[in-house]
Ligand binder design. Structure first.
Ligand code: GRG
Length: 297
């Protein structure tokens, strides 16, 4: 099976699992909330984080229901972060994946609450999976790691640093690295590490996976910055040039676009080398890292 076929298959599997969420009988208030949550969950993301979680878990064991649950939960957290990131008090974006953003369709109040709903439901799903698991400690370790990386020691502090740095004249590469490692890298790291934790990887392997994933997270943000300059609006599903318009501090602004491309390439090579030191079939992840380096959206 080619990489592209395998990628599509796993994306379809994740999409099916996401479509099964929030379909239970709802009262009239939940109905609007669930519609809003489902609107953003099922609007065509690449599903990178759940794919990373599942494929990392595969390196250390079989894929049982706990792995799928954590994968779905990570995508729910990612979706919440995008809904909140698009709000008028944050980036104030009208388009995401080619569709109107959640608050444009459902209003700012519902969009805010549907993000909150997705975040809480993600933790509810994983904690219930732990209660029903024959390896509850592994699942709880994953929950603990994920909540740390998605929270005030990860994604949220990355967002705060981003907002604060926009208000200041601090534009050092070091500040930008802190922002990107936390805002974007933390959830990517958590995805891979949670897959490894659930399947009982050793501390040594967890450390390697964490390093690989942080590299990948940084590279992912660099490519995002490049696409905001050189990307195609239709393919991206959002306007290009928004970093420039919003006077964002980005790597291309600080070190120039050709240096950014070189850095992204080097980070990918480094991740692939580290991946080589993990036992198990790493072929798909290796190809995924190449795909992420050359992605167009
Ligand atoms: C708590 C009020 C409040 C807000 C939270 C934490 C946060 C807002 C935002 C940070 C998350 C964020 C938008 C990070 C940027 C990462 C990024 C490049 C996202 C796009 O990821 P893709 O390309 O998206 O994987 P798809 O569309 O494929 O799912």
């Amino acid at each position: 099976m080619t990489f592209k076929v395998k990628l599509t298959k796993i994306q379809e599997l994740i999409n099916n699992k996401l479509e099964d969420l929030f379909n239970y009988p709802a009262n009239i208030y939940q109905e609007k909330l669930f519609d809003s949550m489902k609107y953003s969950l099922n609007s065509g993301g690449k599903r990178l984080r759940p794919i990373l979680l599942i494929e990392t878990a595969k390196l250390f064991g079989d894929i049982d229901s706990e792995v799928y649950t954590a994968a779905i939960a990570v995508e729910m957290i990612h979706t919440y972060s995008l809904i909140h990131d698009d709000l008028p008090c944050m980036d104030n974006d009208d388009l995401r994946r080619g569709n109107p953003t959640n608050h444009i369709v459902y209003g700012v109040d519902t969009a805010l609450l549907s993000g909150d709903g997705l975040l809480n439901s993600s933790y509810e799903l994983i904690s219930k999976a732990a209660l029903n698991s024959n390896r509850p400690i592994n699942v709880l370790k994953a929950l603990s790691h994920l909540s740390m990386r998605a929270g005030v020691d990860g994604m949220i502090v990355g967002q705060v640093a981003d907002i604060e740095s926009d208000k200041s004249d601090d534009n050092t590469a070091l500040t930008l690295e802190y922002i990107n490692l936390n805002k974007t890298g933390a959830l990517i790291e958590a995805s891979m590490v949670c897959g490894a934790l659930i399947n009982g990887a050793s501390d040594e392997d967890i450390e390697k996976i964490s390093k690989i994933a942080f590299n990948l997270g940084l590279c992912f943000q660099l490519i995002d910055d490049i696409l905001d300059i050189e990307g195609d609006e239709e393919t991206l599903g959002k306007p290009v040039g928004s970093d420039e318009k919003n006077k964002k501090k980005t790597y291309p602004n600080i070190i120039g676009i050709s240096e950014v491309k070189k850095l992204a390439f080097d980070l990918t090579i480094e991740s692939k080398k580290l991946l080589n030191h993990i036992d198990g079939d790493t072929k798909f992840l290796d190809e995924l890292f190449d795909y992420l380096l050359t992605r167009k959206y």
